[in-house]
Design a protein around this ligand. Structure first.
Ligand code: ADP
Length: 413
């Protein structure tokens, strides 16, 4: 078992086109060509890239690289866009994976509704096998201040290392519980899912399967109010069935945890006993499940102030996720505009080398401060739908970049 990696390890994540049944064969086949490719081609760090077909054309040694969907190279201390040095090339750690595309990957839990023997699917929970095609590239596309994502990943890996080494919890406390809190729309849920996906890719040699189980506390609590205590127990019973197999890594995502773990000391006298029961059930279940070394709990909250203290106490790390800063906003916009150029809605033009574009983009980012990532992601569509006129389109129906940036500014107003 080896979850540890040296500080200067360069992680290369290789996403394959083939299905996972042939993963080990493909891994053996592709290891050398991938190393050769990376030594020749300057792949930028931190960006998921497609293999350059021109380079493998006519080079029989590299022909097998056609089996690869994309490559992502990462190092702990990296500047975005930086390329690998000679020393880096000596420290490559390759992680091959093929994302699971099966429709089956998403299941709802069937919760037996008791004496009647009927089964009610609880829509408040989802189950994915990771790495899943649903979360492909979401890690790279979540933009935060430098080092934030890396810190969370290191934290999760350390927590797993401690539990895998059976560190005595009475000597060193580690609950394997990460809480992300902050305003809505800042990417907390997406980041938890992306983190679970990242772990699935990185820990495949230790855990054969990684599961992500999402509990949407808010809908669970509102839909099943009086029953939710019982449902929490049943949900965890299902989770335990997966956890007992030590080959499984189970990431449990409790979204909007304040709904389930509402602070007991804030409850007024009239507050229904059910709410109290839910908090108790959740805490008991969490304590029971964390006895298993292969569980990681990820929780998100928009209102950390209202979370029960006993839950907060159990969190090993409470990370505040705020609105994106101006640098992050610019990166998010650049990625969105690149995507619109890639698909051909906007005319392919350089954002960086044109002063006019650069100026417009800066103005746009400046005025977007205070908006959430979710709001930013909606802007291009709004701009296209409401703020472009027929004169903005050329003969091929494409829009000039500067016209589109104007439309984005108008949409922002
Ligand atoms: P939260 O759980 O904080 O309410 P979500 O995870 O539901 O937020 O995110 C909403 C949407 O906004 C997602 O599509 C996500 O990709 C996007 N988003 C939010 N913050 C960022 C960010 N910092 N970088 C990129 N995308 C973001």
């Amino acid at each position: 078992m080896n979850l540890l990696s040296a500080k200067d390890t360069v992680h290369v994540e290789i996403c394959l086109k083939q299905n996972e049944n042939h993963l080990e064969t493909l891994e053996n086949l592709l290891e050398i060509p991938v190393r050769e490719y990376i030594a020749v081609v300057k792949v930028p760090l931190g960006e998921s890239v497609k293999i350059n077909e021109i380079i493998i054309e006519g080079n029989s040694a590299l022909a097998d690289l056609k089996l690869i969907e994309s490559l992502l190279i990462e190092r702990e201390n990296k500047q975005n866009g930086e390329v690998l040095s000679e020393t880096d090339l000596q420290n490559l750690s390759l992680h091959f994976y093929s994302p699971l595309r099966r429709v089956m990957e998403l299941e709802t839990f069937d919760i037996d509704s008791g004496d009647t023997g009927e089964c009610d699917a609880v829509p408040a929970s989802n189950h994915w096998l990771l790495p899943s095609s649903s979360f492909l590239h979401s890690w790279e596309n979540l933009i935060y201040e430098d080092g934030l994502k890396e810190k969370l990943l290191k934290f999760a890996l350390s927590a797993l290392i401690f539990s895998q080494h059976s560190v005595n919890p009475h000597i060193i406390s580690c609950n394997r519980l990460i809480l992300l809190h902050g305003p809505p729309g800042t990417g907390k849920t997406s980041l938890c899912k992306a983190l679970a996906q990242k772990l699935a890719i990185r820990v495949r040699r230790t855990f054969r399967h990684t599961h992500l189980i999402e509990i949407n506390s808010h809908s669970l609590f509102s839909k099943w109010f009086s029953e939710s205590g019982k449902l929490v127990m049943r949900l965890f019973a299902k989770i335990r069935e997966i956890v007992v197999d030590p080959n499984n890594l189970v990431c449990v995502l409790i979204d909007e945890v304040e709904s389930l773990a509402y602070a007991r000391d804030c409850m007024s006298g009239q507050e229904p006993k059910d709410a109290m029961r839910v908090v108790n059930a959740l805490l008991t279940q969490l304590d029971a499940i964390k006895e298993h070394p292969n569980v990681l709990i990820l929780a998100t909250s928009n209102l950390a102030d209202t979370i029960d203290l006993a839950f907060l106490d159990r969190a090993d790390i409470k990370q505040y996720i705020g609105m994106p800063n101006i640098v992050a906003i610019k990166t998010i916009y650049t990625k969105m505009l690149d995507e619109m150029m890639r698909v051909g809605i906007i005319l392919e033009q350089s954002l960086k080398e044109n002063d006019n574009h650069e100026g417009l983009l800066s103005a746009l980012a400046e005025r977007s401060q205070g908006l959430s990532g979710r709001a930013l992601r909606k802007l291009p569509f709004l701009a296209h739908a409401v703020h472009t006129t027929s004169s903005d389109f050329d003969l091929n129906g494409k829009i000039e970049l500067s016209d589109f940036l104007d439309a984005m500014l108008a949409a922002l107003e």
